[in-house]
Design a protein around this ligand. Sequence first.
Ligand code: GDD
Ligand code: MN
Length: 380
Amino acid sequence: RGPGRTRAVLPGQIGVRDAPGTLRQSIIVPTYNERDNVVALLERLAAALPHTETEIVFVDDSTDGTPEVIAEVARDYPMAVTVHHRDEGAGGLGGAVVEGMRIARGEWVVVMDADLQHPPEIVPGLIAAGLRDGADLVVGSRYAGGGSTGGLADGYRKLVSRGSTILVKTLFRHQLLSVSDPMSGLFAIRASSLDAGQLRPLGYKILLELIVRNRPGRIVEVPYTFQPRHAGESKSTVSEGLRFLKHVGRLRLGSGRARMLGFGLIGLSGLLPNQAMLWALVSLAGLHYAPAAIAANVVAVLWNFALTDQILYRNRRERRLPARFGRFFLLGNADLLLRIPLLAVLVDGLHTGVLAGNLLTLVASFLLRFLIAEKLIYVG
Ligand code: GDD
Ligand code: MN
């Protein structure tokens, strides 16, 4: 099956044409009322890229007939084209790109705007740079040496662009060390480094989301000059800017320092079931404090695991549930090896109360357990 064959129309898709077996690149183009741009875009992409190794994936929220214009061109177009039209209205640029990533089949997934502000001729250069430098992610940058914000219409937009770049470079310093243009909407990522399932973008900025959540290994940049919009109007708004700030806040909360706080709070909350269980077993059931402390610990570990796994590490689980649970359970109870002898010293030797002694041993083991979870259960 070569290009030129038209595949049956799928729900939500029109103008679908099959791509051949292996694809070097998928070009994802989000479109929201871009009917006056897509023809020129397709022409320039066809001139710039090998026809048999490329597919173009439009993810469209338009109400101006953009999909029909694309379908018209796609009939005689030399490359595979998919239009994934969504009926729910403007679903957001970031979400549209993620949907395209789910459909894309190329070894490289390239994202670019439809309005020709990103010159299509740069795509081969993005992928060549990725291959040459062994990179997982190649960012088209207006701020790298040789790049320019040329087409940013006015001083206000330049200011917003510069300001938001500085903001995210500060908040995500480590992740963005090699990225001068984190607000860029032009980039190429190796499909093998892409995990669309982890991405929950809010609004416009998909690249930052991708870097923070997918954590691609090596990132390089290719400079380019941002062009003036070919036709139509920009869809970015002030409320889009506010949504961006919310997005940044949410991404930031998923990071290390906030996690440590969450871990502490969950650990603290585990004191409650632990002490309550111990009290019930010793005072009500008349059990010896040692087996009672063990049982109370098991209950608290279950409690902690449920909260840690479902809330704190919800978006960054690298192992399957049984593996996560097994490790958490073993390590969570392993501190009994330390805590029970310590408890014996406290209760039998120093004559503290059982509950007070238990509390002391819990506090002592808390820091140790955070380090273990961070280093052994969730990371790497
Ligand atoms: N499917 C879909 N849904 N596409 C959308 C939506 C949406 O809700 N909103 C915007 N788009 C598409 C547009 O049709 C266009 O192809 C692309 O996303 C960029 O939208 P513009 O309206 O042209 O945005 P911009 O020029 O302000 O912003 C661009 O420049 C920034 C750099 O300053 C975007 O590329 C940003 O990603 C980029 O960072
Ligand atoms: Mn634009």
